[in-house]
Design a binder for this molecule. Sequence first.
Ligand SMILES: C[S@@+](CC[C@H](N)C(=O)[O-])C[C@H]1O[C@@H](n2cnc3c(N)ncnc32)[C@H](O)[C@@H]1O
Length: 210
Amino acid sequence: MKYAASLVRSHVGGRIAELRAEALSRGIPVVDDETLNFLILMLSAARPARILEIGTAVGLSAAAMLSHCPQAHLTTIELEEELWREAKRNLGELGFSGRSTCHLGDAGEILPMMEGPFDFIFLDGPKAQYERYLPDLKRLLPSGGVLFADDVLLYGWVSGEKPTPPKRRSIVGKIRGYLAAVTADPELVTSVLDVGDGVALSVRIERNQT
Ligand SMILES: C[S@@+](CC[C@H](N)C(=O)[O-])C[C@H]1O[C@@H](n2cnc3c(N)ncnc32)[C@H](O)[C@@H]1O
């Protein structure tokens, strides 16, 4: 049985918590409490030096990651110009300008041009593109690097626990494709966890470890 999200203690405070409340009140999709808590837990264990995020929105998860990883640099990609501007402003006001690089554009076009390594990747952009991004994400991820993909269970539709509304069958099929790819990949060890709306947590391993 899943713990109620309300039992998860928030590990963001002050201006980041305010930003989160503002984003939610404007209908901007930001990481939920349970997932944010788990993300912070994983970052605290992995202690990455270089973080990559796909899907910045207003910079909420970016700010939370930077505040919990004081030595890390974060690179993040956002498609919507207005959100990108707002994220840059928010990260600047929080004192994170020097430790963040915000790219404006389509992750599908930017990722192939990027150079790694990134030892922690938070994949929180367009769900339908996760599988398409995978070869580049793997290229950017060193051995031991963590790939944290959010929203992979989509209200129980992906697991089949709840029937998928006809209009959502395409996205559900694409997320299933991503999960099939990461779980079958001999260079990744993956667990799909019932955290928030579903997290696929993958760690890159050396091929000869399998
Ligand atoms: C779930 S929101 C990200 C929330 C953010 N990570 C947080 O928790 O604060 C997903 C974001 O991905 C952006 N996005 C959608 N398609 C994209 C694309 N092709 N490339 C980059 N970003 C994209 C959306 O504009 C949206 O802001």
